[in-house]
Design a binder for this molecule. Sequence first.
Ligand code: FAD
Length: 393
Amino acid sequence: MAWANWSGAQVFPEAHCEPLGTEAALQARLRAAPRGQRFRAVGAGHSFSPLWGAGDQLLSLDAFDGVAEAGGQLWLGAGQRLADLGPKLAGRGLALANQGDIDRQSLAGALGTGTHGTGWALPSLAATVTGLRLIDGTGTLQVLSDSDVLAGARIHLGALGLITAVALRLRPAYGLLERNQGVPFEALFEGQHARLRAQRHGEFWWVPATDETLFKQLREIPIPRTSRLTPLAFGEEGTRWGPSWAVFPSDRSARFNEMEYSVPVAAGPACFRALRSAILSTFPKLPWPVEYRLVAGDEGWLSPTGGQRVAAISVHQDARRPFAPLFDLVEPIFKAHGGRPHWGKRFSWSRQEFEAAYGAGLDRFRALRARLDPEGRFLTAGLAPLFGAPNHA
Ligand SMILES: Cc1cc2nc3c(=O)[nH]c(=O)nc-3n(C[C@H](O)[C@H](O)[C@H](O)COP(=O)(O)OP(=O)(O)OC[C@H]3O[C@@H](n4cnc5c(N)ncnc54)[C@H](O)[C@@H]3O)c2cc1C
């Protein structure tokens, strides 16, 4: 059966995705595998980057979808979709502190590539991890809770093992009011991003074809009384509200490919202006927006924030069109502004570029990977060039 990612840019006609539903079954599968067989856990397939390659055996952990207390922690099944997790947490009076544009991702997949939303004071979802349960490359169950190890393991790229459950720092459930309005982008950069900073969640979208900017803000409100079937309420044009898990995601039915870089926040406005001028001169009719968000820094070894607050800027291209001409135009601009790519989106970085940007963090991740997976069971064709021996480069 064929496997394709969400955008359709990666298609593996011969792939077979094997569903496994218990930790014992995962352990048995790994231990019985012939030498040299490589495994890749798949989430919802919403990454744009080629994280694996032909020949890797795909495993679906969708059945790990529970929410259970154990050892004083709330463990969240790693295969469940964020869309399903939200209402379950709400039933316990809890919520994720932040979310991205959609809720179709699996929990482990979202963490694994550093998925984030927007918020001056809010880091990526991975930065809230307090525990991970995984089956490592030797088939051994590992429960990771040491904060230093978690700083390495939380953006895992599927390279450390098969994650079955995750513990997160959660917060009491809350509601959100969303408002969208046209604002010139220069106004959004005034006073060190004053308008974006003033929001719990502020971001903007700029559309090259119209040269217009839409400013989106999410304000925290008490949890509105809603029904599970109609959790969202709509008001005057551009506003809606509901429980946080229902307001964060937006409709993304039109398919695209995406490149995103995180640049130090002080470089964000200059980077955006350079992108705008390059795109207007080469793709003036591009109807796909450029998105501008803020993410708080975290010390994760593979965090694209590099420990500092960043502007995460994304460029989109229609999935039916070739993305290389647009992405080849903008990638040097991101690099010139000190950017690091989103692990789950398109980029063309060499091993040397990753080593220069991540330095000791990358070395530590390689050592952790080698300890948890000495035979390279998860060192798939997509990951080996970066995490394997240098001759893979
Ligand atoms: C329409 C759309 C909107 C998006 N919006 C945002 C956004 O707002 N913010 C943002 O930061 N990103 C965004 N992304 C990117 C997306 O969040 C990431 O690519 C995310 O990793 C996708 O999750 P997934 O479940 O599809 O994982 P996959 O793409 O299936 O897998 C991602 C990685 O996780 C690994 N993995 C998955 N499950 C497990 C497991 N159980 N154990 C071990 N490893 C596992 C895989 O092997 C792979 O390495 C968006 C993507 C799309 C298509």
